[in-house]
Write a protein that binds this ligand. Sequence first.
Ligand SMILES: Cc1ncc(C[n+]2csc(CCOP(=O)(O)OP(=O)(O)O)c2C)c(N)n1
Length: 668
Amino acid sequence: MAIAAGTHTQMKFDRKSLTDKQLLSIYEKLLEPRLIEEKMLILLRQNKISKWFSGIGQEAISVGATLALKESEYILPMHRNLGVFTSRGIPYERLFSQFQGTANGFTKGRDRSFHFGTQEYKIVGMISHLGPQLALADGIALAGKLKKENTATAVFTGDGGSSEGDFHEALNVAAVWNLPVLFIVENNGYGLSTPSNEQFKFKSFVDKGPGYGIETISIDGNNILEVYLNISRLAEDIRKNPRPILIEANTFRMRGHEEASGTKYVPKELMDYWATKDPINNFEQYLLETGVLTAETAEKTRKKIKGQVDKAVKTAFSEPEVIPSTEQELADLYSPFEQQVVVPKSKSTSPKRFLDAITDGLRQSMERYPKLVLMGQDIAEYGGVFKATDGFVEKFGKDRVRNTPLCESAIIGTGLGLSIKGMKSMVEMQFADFVTEGFNQIVNNLAKSHWRWGQKADVVVRMPTGAGVAAGPFHSQSNEAWFFHTPGLKIVYPSTVYDAKGLLNAALEDPNPYMYFEHKVLYRSLTEEIPDDYYTVEIGKARLAAEGTDISIITYGMGVHWAQHVCKELGVSADIVDLRTLLPWDKEAVTETVKKTGKVLVLHEDCLTGGIGAEIAAWISEHCFTSLDAPVMREASLDTPVPFAPALEQNFLPKGRLKERIEELLRF
Ligand SMILES: Cc1ncc(C[n+]2csc(CCOP(=O)(O)OP(=O)(O)O)c2C)c(N)n1
């Protein structure tokens, strides 16, 4: 899009105290993404590059915002923000390698275009779901605030993405916690083909911020100086006086939603109008008119950048395709961590209930890791609905024991943000059922982040789970199977008081994302004498809850107690294998017990269909077939929601059917 000679700038630029040198440097930065995209358009026509989301016409926002932040401050771009990556100085060839999915990119070929982050350049890239990105900025800002770094964090969203619940949650949390985040809405008129008036009802985002108690400004997103100077001023302000600001940057999407998808649905007059407001042409014209830039220097600058782009394309395109290694793909799921099991220092023990063991583990881990932050609804002064963190505020302070708004998604995202800044977090779900509100952050952000761009997600999500307390369908569910199916997570599920503490400590120690299931029935019904000292339990290692010869019952959680009870009642000699870790589960222990008894029952509280038992049973059939003397059996809850009335609930749970199943298995 070259400028027509003799046109006047259509915008008012106010350079304030910026020097000529600074203006020229901004000009060059503004040109970079445009010239890269112009090259990419040629490559696309030649079928040499995969599709991307064009930022043509919107460059002033990415470039202005990035230049306004310090290099040490994090920026979280979206899919049209090439200017963020170029302004942070990422070598062009690495960007092209990333677009091509080759090894010199940022994701080892695992994710595309702008879906990557890099600690080196303090950029956290998006996941496709758009909105979840916003809460990560909350976490990064929170970490900066706790470390007293006086930093600002900037995060982008489109006007379409702002309709997602994640937008609301992230703004709300940032407002309540006074987090220094610049929320930049690129209001470009369309979300894919949907115009703004079908996306939201308000006229401008300046009407939206005040509802959250957030200051909001609306700026001309095509005017680089307006963007740069406003964001510089606001960033400086929030570094000193931490709080979020909502910035609406008005602009227009000049190309299709994605390259190659066209703009047929956009009225021509709109296109024509916004073409006159092109951020680069106007700024260039202004610089020419004011004599800061000469036509000759403009030409030279363009030529220089084009030359660098051509060279980078050549380098990146000569890179070989990635060679797949299954071993590497699997290894990169998790942040490297070799667990050293910690044994208690002394023999000192005390009787503790299951819940007390959780409290004990949390307390000792808080003492051990000054960078560990606890977050959850009502967990501070109130101590949590089950009182797991009773007294913690007095001991550790409100900075580290944080009451959260009812915003599961934003809080889990905040956990990842904290991890990006090298901190640890525990997020308590008030009930495991409510994890649905934070599901996306867990399965798409926490679980995939290390594999995608090598970023650990040092977050433990505590899940008060299970039925048996007549709490109905939404306070009783077993949902571990949802996460069992998600590569990148680890899942632990203690059934004893000893393990409740040891597994929690182990999970908090490991820098990988954990789902920690704690059964509500066990909280106050189970008491054991356990070590007073800090200790951990080996992750991925099952234990034999009972040793026997007739059958094997492979189970976890309440299943262990039910199996023990029924076997005793029947006088059956059974190996009862308590898995303890569900992901990764202990295949060795399972193989061993199957070889020993040849008769296996897999038991769990979760519903039967698609439960963890299905995977274990299938695995045994495939790998231990010659050791079997009977079909692998399963017992589980009914395939219905969890009913409320105690009689219905007991009928739903597998315990009542267990005796019969064991007898059936024994008859083979
Ligand atoms: C949760 C979710 N729903 C739908 C999509 C498909 N999608 C990708 S971008 C987009 C439009 C986003 O509009 P906006 O946030 O305004 O950003 P823009 O593309 O205009 O820059 C849609 C619907 C998605 N990626 N994620």
